[in-house]
Design a protein around this ligand. Structure first.
Ligand code: AMP
Length: 475
């Protein structure tokens, strides 16, 4: 039986350095996923790789861990990861930051809409893992802003998406700027002809890896749970909202009173939230749903009953403030996100007491949940700021804004205006709360281990113990 000390044992077998292993442990990964099993050793050997793997299989860590391992403690060797979209770039960059932070690896996401000079500065000043979208990367390469840019390892992530999005010419041009002496890894969910021919041009004697997508939840919903103490519930939710920066989230509560209380608290803390429950008048309910649908509020706090029949496609996150009553309710709730082929996240808060109940739900529903640690306040601040940047990029521009800007620029410099507006935004919602929240991975592992042990002990107990007593009761 596995014990706590060898939980990351099989990750240890790869020969990754201790600082990287610490990142793996802190991320709560217990055993390598199939793609990681196959890819990590060959990447560590320095081979080129052509891998067929989908999102959700753990592919980011499969290329990220060995790639970061190769540049730890080197004099500024770099890894370049090219992804088709901004979202993926920031997601990959975040995951690699999380895994590489104990090794002191600096990461940067590079995509359009952000200051090109600032990005170039970060790269020139020593960011070692650069995750970029093709267009912006090509701008950088063509402008000559990047000094001595010669990545040791280059990863093309979601190759087929790049193809679909028409980036293939950009990719070809990018490779003209990259050094011939490099290790190249190509990841793609499918391998159409055009990817094969790209592979022939950019890979040298690659190892092919194929992972059938058994790991992927069909709906593309990432399901996580966090173990917390009862008194931490509200702070934990707030911390997760801050770090996840959900575009639109449904938060499920068990009672009407709880939805009211929680929405009041969230509003008073600066979040845009509304409650939805059966005691509200139809008019108020419609108002809440409409505001949520049109994006005027980000958080809708609802009971199971009130949310029934809600047809809103773009829900990025579902939060279960408590463990749902039963497996059906869990499946139903999480089905609100990840719709229409989009990715979604379902996050459940559980206390140690509720953990047993959650395990039952996992068993009956067959849903693959994994636990995570609640981000520390430091990490939360960092993620919150990148969330704000992303929100700003996506913010549609209103006509009045241009009018106000014109008026303001009569008395202030643009830079001063921008700084003031940003400060206003940051003042409205501050990341606060305790340094640490929730149980850490060791504590959760221990609890899971105890639960398993209890179960085994029960099933091993001779049947007459139960049988005898039961017969006794019947009499
Ligand atoms: P990806 O396929 O890279 O998008 O990864 C999907 C999710 O699985 C991410 O949230 C990872 O943090 C997580 N993950 C990756 N590897 C493992 C692992 N070995 N054990 C548990 N979770 C993992």
């Amino acid at each position: 039986m596995k014990t706590e000390n060898n939980l990351a044992g099989s990750f240890r077998d790869f020969g990754l350095c201790d600082e990287i292993l610490k990142g793996v442990e802190e991320a709560g990964f217990r055993a390598p996923s199939p793609i990681q099993q196959q890819a990590i050793p060959v990447i560590m050997e320095g081979r080129d790789v052509m891998a067929r793997a989908q999102t959700g299989t753990g592919k980011t860590a499969a290329f990220g861990l060995p790639a970061m391992n190769a540049i730890v403690r080197t004099n500024g060797l770099k890894v370049l990861i090219i992804t088709p979209t901004r979202e993926l770039a920031s997601q990959v960059s975040e995951e690699l930051y999380r895994l590489g932070r104990f090794a002191g690896i600096k990461t940067v996401a590079v995509y359009g809409g952000q200051s090109i000079n600032r990005q170039a500065d970060m790269i020139n000043r020593g960011a070692q893992v650069i995750t970029a979208t093709p267009g912006r990367l090509l701008d950088h390469l063509r402008s000559g802003r990047l000094k001595r840019f010669s990545p040791r390892i280059v990863v093309l992530d979601e190759g087929d998406e790049m193809l679909d999005m028409g980036f293939i010419n950009d990719i070809e041009s990018i490779f003209e700027y990259l050094p011939k002496e490099r290790q190249t890894l190509l990841f793609s969910a499918t391998i159409p002809g055009a990817i094969k021919s790209l592979a022939r041009r950019i890979l040298v004697n690659p190892v092919s890896i194929d992972v059938t997508p058994v790991e992927v939840t069909p709906s593309g919903i990432k399901q996580l749970y966090y173990v917390i103490q009862e008194r931490e519930r509200e702070e934990a939710l707030v911390r997760l909202i801050d770090t996840e920066s959900p575009q639109r989230a449904l938060i499920f509560c068990r009672t009407k009173r709880e939805t009211d209380r929680l929405s009041t608290t969230l509003i008073s803390r600066g979040y845009s939230a509304k409650a939805l429950h059966g005691d509200m008048t139809q008019v108020h309910r419609n108002e809440a749903i409409d505001a949520f649908r049109k994006g005027r509020v980000d958080l809708l706090i609802a009971t199971d009953v009130a949310a029934r029949g809600l047809d809103i496609t773009d829900v990025s996150h579902v939060f279960n403030y408590h463990v749902p009553f039963d497996p059906d309710s869990y499946v139903h709730r999480i089905g609100r996100t990840g719709r229409a082929g989009k990715k979604g996240k379902a996050i459940t808060l559980v206390t140690p007491l509720e953990l047993k109940e959650l395990r039952r739900i996992m068993k009956v529903s067959g849903e693959p949940l994994s636990y995570r640690e609640i981000p520390s306040i430091r990490e939360a601040r960092k993620r919150y700021l990148s969330g704000i940047i992303k929100k700003l990029e996506d913010q549609p521009v209103r006509e009045e804004a241009a009018e106000v800007l014109e008026e303001l620029s009569e008395t202030m410099e643009i830079h001063q205006i921008a700084t003031k507006v940003l400060s206003m935004l940051l003042d409205r919602q501050k990341v606060s709360g305790p340094k640490r929240l929730g149980l850490n991975s060791q504590e959760v592992e221990q609890m899971l281990y105890m639960l398993k042990k209890q179960k085994t002990a029960r099933s091993k107990r001779p049947s007459h113990q139960y049988g005898g007593r039961r017969r006794g009761y019947r009499r």
